[in-house]
Design a protein around this ligand. Structure first.
Ligand code: NAD
Length: 247
């Protein structure tokens, strides 16, 4: 019944905003943060200030990144990602807002212009001083060759994955685009996010207040379920493709 309802709303909507969290990529083999087998069950969180202040924390942060890099790099988009590609093909998807840092929406075929990465990307590494970027592969090779916490070859600054850590400023241009997208859509489709990380989790609320329908697809309950028009508590790869099968 709820899938039928979702399918009918998606069919009618001309303007859909997709919003994804780590849950859409678990079926590609990338663990999320908050599930019992997620990243937090295995790793200590290092916030931005600690990363900048303390070399041993940088070494630990890089150790964690290198440990998951292989599975992140080899991961392939799954049927959940492809459901959003279908919405784009139909001309309905206007922007794909994601909290994810794995680049799988672009790998699935969405254009870079369409994907708004609120928390950056782990495919690149950026110097915190001169903003010079290198590919993650290059940083990982340097770490494997013995540099425990690599520094910028141009200016000697601290290198960090081009992601937004806790305590680090969000990319304001991307946030603005995401907010504009959220308040001007007919349907906001939030998929695979616990909807507790702010300010990202405020976007579904903004969309709803601006008059959009809100559909949440997530295995676990979220704090925004009570304001959603429809909540589907199921596996994304199973239900999302069915929701967009509308032709
Ligand atoms: P989260 O871990 O807080 O929540 C993920 C949610 O997805 C959970 O509620 C879980 O129940 C649900 N879920 C997991 N697999 C699912 C499936 N197959 N079907 C249905 N539901 C499923 O993740 P979040 O809300 O994105 O916030 C955490 C932060 O972690 C984000 O800011 C993101 O930057 C970062 N992160 C990203 C990745 C990635 O890029 N793939 C991975 C881990 C963490």
């Amino acid at each position: 019944m709820s899938l039928e309802q979702a399918r009918s709303w998606i069919k009618r909507a001309q303007s859909i905003i997709g919003f994804t969290g780590a849950g859409i990529s678990t079926e590609s083999g990338i663990p999320d943060f908050r599930s019992s087998d997620g990243v937090w069950a295995r790793n200590r969180t290092i916030d931005f200030d600690e990363f900048v202040r303390d070399k041993s924390s940088r070494i630990e942060a890089w150790r964690q990144k290198v440990a998951i890099w292989h599975e992140m790099r080899e991961a392939e988009p799954n049927s959940g990602h492809m459901a959003f590609v279908e919405l784009a093909r139909l001309g309905k998807l206007k922007s794909m807002i994601t909290q994810n840092i794995d680049g799988l929406h672009q790998r699935s075929g969405l254009t870079s212009a369409m994907v708004l990465e609120l928390h950056g990307t782990t495919l690149e590494v950026m110097c915190l001083s001169c903003r010079y970027r290198i590919p993650m592969d290059e940083a990982v090779d340097r770490i494997k060759a013995g540099e425990q916490a690599p520094v910028c070859h141009h200016c000697g600054g601290i290198l960090k994955t081009a992601t937004v850590s806790f305590g680090q400023a969000m990319p304001q241009d991307v946030v603005r685009k995401a907010e504009n997208a959220a308040v001007s859509c007919e349907l906001f489709l939030a998929v695979g996010s616990s909807l507790v990380v702010h300010p990202a989790a405020g976007l579904p609320l903004m969309a709803k207040r601006a008059g959009a329908r809100l559909i949440i697809v997530n295995r676990a309950a979220t704090p925004l379920d009570k304001i959603a028009d429809l909540v589907v508590n199921d596996e994304i790869g199973k239900v999302l493709p069915k929701m967009v099968e509308i032709s």
